[in-house]
Structure formats: structure tokens, C-alpha cells
Design a protein around this ligand. Structure first.
Ligand code: SAH
Length: 276
């Protein structure tokens, strides 16, 4: 039997302009395209004449299995996810299905994992430069992860002063988690901490709001929203959300090195910084 290829493809946030040429080439090369209906719609202009396996949101396991089996039997298959398929995407499930089948490297199918722009990057670009210093991503979905585990991670991220990107913040039925997350973060950060809500970045009906930790729950937050919570040094400038990299700790605005600091060497702590 011919060896098949399984492309696991992230198509970015939405519009084709933000899918990589490699992602588009993978879809073009595939004979079979598998994905959640919304994502298939985003690439519908690329799939004329191909066999398309569309499935709903809750059929992820069936979708991954269908893609793996078709590819194992010799087809070139593209399994399509939004953003990056390796970030809360289908790539993990592919390995589970392969494991169940006893697949080994060198067996059919050949795996090709194609990266895409994840929501954190696309959403950040819409509101400024919020991720320029240390950040982490946390999914608020407790469908597959127990809430106490998620709460512990929010607590740790909040205490360690990370910028926090919240994926899957809420859905029609699931609205409690974002309120609990707000309460945890608020214990560690000022109520004025900048918070951005970015819905459907680079898609139709895109909408962004720049607000703060005390009041962001007053705005609509749903399945297509990513929530970006600033660190203690994140600030708002001309309607943009910015987290400084720390240049102001070492250099003055004129570009001179601050007293006691040396370029190319570790920052000497305790000196007054030029950035918040
Ligand atoms: N693999 C995807 C993430 C899937 S989890 C990626 O890498 O982006 C689904 C969550 O991602 C959504 O609940 C939302 O929080 C976020 N998301 C995905 N696409 C988005 C977009 N275009 N705009 C805003 N948030 C998005």
C-alpha cells in the first residue's frame, strides 16, 4: 500500500493573508481535507475538487481518527485547525490516535506538522505589543481539565507577574470560569491593570476592547474571544496595550547607559528603572 501523508495544518486566525504559504501549499497538495466546519469555511476557496470531511466541534476524536486512517491507507490528508494546530489544537489528538494504532516513525502516514499564527500572536497584534515580556497561555475550558488545576495555574501565573493570555474564556454555557479567573488575578494585580478582549481577530465581526482588570467582565466575552491580561508593567499608550521589554531599566531615553549598568551584562537589580 502506498504511504500516505498527514498534514496537520494551522491556518492562522482567519483570513488567507495570515495563513503561511506552507499551510496553503499543504492544503493544495492534499486530496482529503478534514476539519471543523468553521475552519473549512475559512479555506473553502482552496478546496474545490477535493474530498472534504466536515465535522462538528464535539467530534474531534472522530475527526482525528478519520484523518489518520485515510492517510494511513495512502491518501494525502490535511487536518485543518485554526491558529496553530499545536496550540490547543488537533496535533495532540493525532498522536493519541497514532499511539492507539501502534504507529511507528517510518510507518504510513508520514507526518507533516505545519505551524500557524496562534490566537495569542494575532490578538496581540490587534491591540499593540502586550506580549513583549514574559507571558503564558491558560485555557479556561474545564471540559477536559479539572477546574482546580486551571485555578492553580492562574494563581501561579498571577503571582509570578506573567502577562496572561486566556484561551477559551467562556461559551454560552460556561461563564463562571472567567469570573473566577478575574477574582484570582485581582488578588495579585491592580484593578487598573490593562486587559484586552479580542474577538474574531482577522475574521468578519472582529471586535477588540481595551479595558481593565476591575471592569472587563462588563463586556461580552465568548468562544471567539481571547483575553489578554497585562502584567504589573503593562501600560496603555494612545489606546495601545504595551508591555515594555525592559530597555528603560538599562538605558535612559537618550540611549545612555544608566549609572551602574553595563550593556551586554546582566541587569544590576535595584537601580531605578525608566519603565513602569
Ligand atoms: N489552535 C488555536 C486555538 C484553539 S482554542 C490557536 O492556535 O489559535 C480556541 C480559542 O482560541 C478560542 O476560544 C479563542 O480564545 C482563541 N481564538 C482562536 N482564534 C481566534 C481569533 N481569530 N480571535 C480571537 N481568539 C481566537
Amino acid at each position: 500500500m502506498a504511504s500516505g501523508i498527514l498534514y496537520v495544518v494551522g491556518i492562522g486566525p482567519g483570513a488567507q493573508d495570515h495563513a503561511t504559504p506552507a499551510a496553503l501549499a499543504a492544503i493544495a497538495d492534499a486530496e482529503v481535507v478534514v476539519g471543523y466546519t468553521t475552519y473549512i469555511k475559512l479555506v473553502r476557496h482552496l478546496i474545490d475538487g477535493k474530498e472534504v470531511v466536515r465535522t462538528g466541534m464535539t467530534e474531534e476524536i472522530a475527526r482525528a481518527r478519520a484523518a489518520v486512517e485515510r492517510a494511513r491507507d495512502g491518501a494525502r490528508v490535511a487536518l485543518v485547525s485554526s491558529g496553530d494546530a499545536g496550540v490547543y489544537g488537533m496535533a495532540g489528538l493525532v498522536f493519541q490516535v497514532l499511539g492507539d494504532l501502534g504507529w511507528r516513525r517510518g510507518d504510513s502516514p508520514e507526518l507533516r506538522i505545519v505551524p500557524g499564527i496562534t490566537a495569542l500572536s494575532s490578538c496581540a497584534s490587534r491591540v499593540g505589543a502586550p506580549l513583549v515580556h514574559d507571558f503564558c497561555a491558560i485555557s479556561l475550558s474545564d471540559l477536559l481539565t479539572p477546574w482546580p488545576v486551571i485555578a492553580r495555574r492562574i494563581e501561579a501565573a498571577a503571582a509570578a507577574d506573567f502577562v496572561v493570555g486566556l484561551y477559551n474564556p467562556a461559551s454560552g454555557r460556561r461563564t463562571r470560569q472567567i469570573a473566577l479567573a478575574q477574582a484570582i488575578l485581582r488578588r495579585h494585580r491592580a484593578g487598573t491593570t490593562p486587559v484586552a478582549l479580542v474577538k474574531s481577530a482577522y475574521r468578519k465581526l472582529e471586535h477588540s476592547v481595551l479595558t481593565d482588570l476591575d471592569t472587563f467582565l462588563d463586556h461580552e466575552i465568548g468562544m471567539l474571544t481571547t483575553v489578554l491580561v497585562g502584567s504589573s508593567s503593562t501600560y496603555v499608550y494612545e489606546g495601545y496595550m504595551v508591555t515594555p521589554r525592559g530597555y528603560g531599566n538599562k538605558y535612559t531615553h537618550d540611549g545612555d547607559v544608566r549609572p551602574g549598568q553595563r550593556p551586554g551584562h546582566s541587569l544590576v537589580p535595584g537601580e531605578p528603572g525608566g519603565e513602569p
